[in-house]
Design a protein around this ligand. Structure first.
Ligand code: ZN
Length: 409
């Protein structure tokens, strides 16, 4: 049997030029290599799975690659040093997870090993992952060393929480802030892998994966892996991805939304109960509705094309709403998310929320009421709110919005 290698390992970049979505950092680092202006210490920050330790390992390889006689940004990956580093068995490249080695003793151990020259290549490289987890005394012990390390030592720090690292450390490092990888770059990347792996997966499904990875390459590959395992690489579509991620079936979700915007309370609740029966958790359903609402707003406001949704149904909803209404839905959903925690039967709270949403879709929004009043009065509104004789138009607005309150300036 062939061993299944997870995609994030299989496609881990081995050269700086293979790293995706970090053009600025990659360019700066490549220049630093070319001009031989490499710092003693590097600091990489960014969310999970954007390439921090990947780049750290490439630097470690680039410093020790035997193919060129000087450090290179694009190590060969096949010489014995490169190979050993890739396989985690190169004794001069030490990767430490600060989350489990937080103490000053761990750091002292590193420091005491610094006096020995590298046994094989040109540099000893210490990669400290999640470096923000180190204790204060550990940072202090480290500080003295990174001020003036021996020339054959390089430190590479990686962190998701830059603000927790003492400024004294930060100021002694060459800093690289890794971005979330853009949606477009992730889609491109995944499409490439799909082709190389000959995967049977639709473009829309790839978009759903990219969207749910929130800019993390590793997350996107992990989701793709999971889909392949769950569906045996057979016809993976949007619904397969939704199922893998525990998201609400998109088709049902849009049906629910259509019934809400049509004010069809009975059918909205029928669809809701169907989603619930299929295993949808009330909180997740609210999150998914928030997602659709976000997409509708961006689609209208920024004229963005939301290609991850079934076109026909999505457009049916857009025809029926405007931004003020969607804004109202957004706030009602957020409030509903809070309320749901206060009841023992979450689905009942969600049913009420759906009824409220469907009901409110049939009411005019504040903007339309004000617009109508302005038209009726030639733009002259009676808006007195200072004394007991509140303006007529304010009264009309309050009639339309019984829950409305006059806030004092
Ligand atoms: Zn090499």
């Amino acid at each position: 049997m062939i061993e299944y290698k997870v995609l994030s390992r299989k496609y881990r970049p081995k050269k700086l030029k293979e790293v995706i979505g970090q053009d600025f950092s990659v360019r700066t680092l490549t220049n630093a290599f070319a001009k031989e202006k490499l710092a003693h210490a590097f600091l990489f920050t960014g969310i999970r799975g954007v390439g921090k330790t990947t780049i750290a390992r490439i630097i470690a390889m680039g410093l020790n690659c035997e193919t060129e006689n000087k450090p290179t940004a694009n190590p060969c990956g096949i010489c014995s040093n490169c190979k050993a580093i890739l396989q985690d068995r190169y004794e001069d490249v030490l990767e430490i997870d600060a989350a489990s080695n937080t103490g000053v003793d761990d750091v002292r151990e590193i420091i005491s090993s610094l006096k020995y020259r590298p046994s094989k290549g040109s540099y000893k490289v210490f990669i400290i992952d999640e470096v923000h987890m180190l204790s204060n005394s550990a940072f202090n012990a480290l500080l003295k060393t990174i001020e003036e390390p021996p020339s054959f030592i390089k430190f590479i720090f990686c962190t998701t929480e830059m603000q927790k690292i003492p400024i004294t450390i930060v100021s002694r490092c060459q800093k690289y802030n890794l971005n979330r990888v853009t949606f477009a770059a992730l889609c491109n990347y995944l499409e490439n892998i799909v082709e190389l792996e000959k995967l049977d997966i639709s473009k829309e499904a790839i978009r759903v994966i990219a969207r749910n990875s929130e800019g993390s390459v590793r997350d996107s590959l992990t989701i793709l892996d999971q889909c392949i395992l769950s569906f045996n690489n057979e016809n993976i579509d949007v619904e397969s991805v939704n199922q893998t991620l525990g998201l609400t079936s998109q088709s049902f979700l849009l049906d629910l939304y259509i019934n809400i915007v049509n004010g069809d309370i009975i059918n909205a609740n029928k669809v809701l109960l169907n989603i619930y029966k299929n295993g949808g958790a009330p909180k997740q359903i609210i999150d998914d509705l928030l997602n659709v609402t976000y997409s509708l707003i961006s689609s209208i406001a920024a004229k963005k094309n939301m290609e991850i949704y079934e076109k026909e149904k999505f457009e049916k909803i857009i025809d029926k709403c405007d931004i003020p209404f969607l804004n109202q839905v957004w706030h009602m959903l957020l409030r509903g998310k809070d309320e749901i925690n206060k009841v023992s039967h979450q689905i009942e709270a969600l049913e009420i929320l759906i009824i409220r949403l469907a009901y409110s879709s049939q009411l005019p929004t504040l903007e339309t009421v004000v617009k109508k009043l302005k038209e009726d009065n030639n733009d002259e509104l009676s808006l007195n709110v200072k004394d007991k004789n509140i303006g007529n138009d304010i009264k009309k607005i309050l009639d339309a919005f019984p829950e409305g309150k006059i806030l004092k300036n």
